[in-house]
Design a protein around this ligand. Structure first.
Ligand SMILES: [Mg+2]
Length: 104
């Protein structure tokens, strides 16, 4: 699915539940930060080796996948509400970082 397709999927899900009124930029940004925290919590206290092997445990792998989906959902909704083209924004950011951190 493309980014716009994913945004339509999420917008339709929210619209069918009349959740659009809750999806203000402030609320979506706060939800995004909260879900990023939930993702980070899945790795809290793991040592580097354990964190690299987190997907080997089916239950842990599922939890990580679901938190990643939560993060992506809120980022996609926020971009949709603010009319931000994520593809263009990402390409712009990579170009900026190419200048900041030139490869050898
Ligand atoms: Mg979550």
């Amino acid at each position: 699915m493309s980014i716009p397709d994913l945004q339509k999927l999420l917008a339709d899900f929210a619209d069918r539940r009349d959740w659009g009124r809750f999806h203000t930029p402030k609320n979506l940004a706060m939800a995004l930060a909260g879900e990023a925290g939930e993702l980070a919590a899945e790795f809290q206290w793991l040592d580097p080796r354990e964190s690299a092997e987190v997907m080997h445990d089916p239950a842990k792998a599922h939890a990580v996948r679901m938190e990643m989906a939560d993060v992506l959902s809120y980022l996609l909704r926020l971009a949709d509400v603010l009319d931000v083209d994520l593809d263009a924004a990402l390409r712009e950011k990579v170009a900026i970082n190419e200048g900041r951190f030139p490869a050898e």
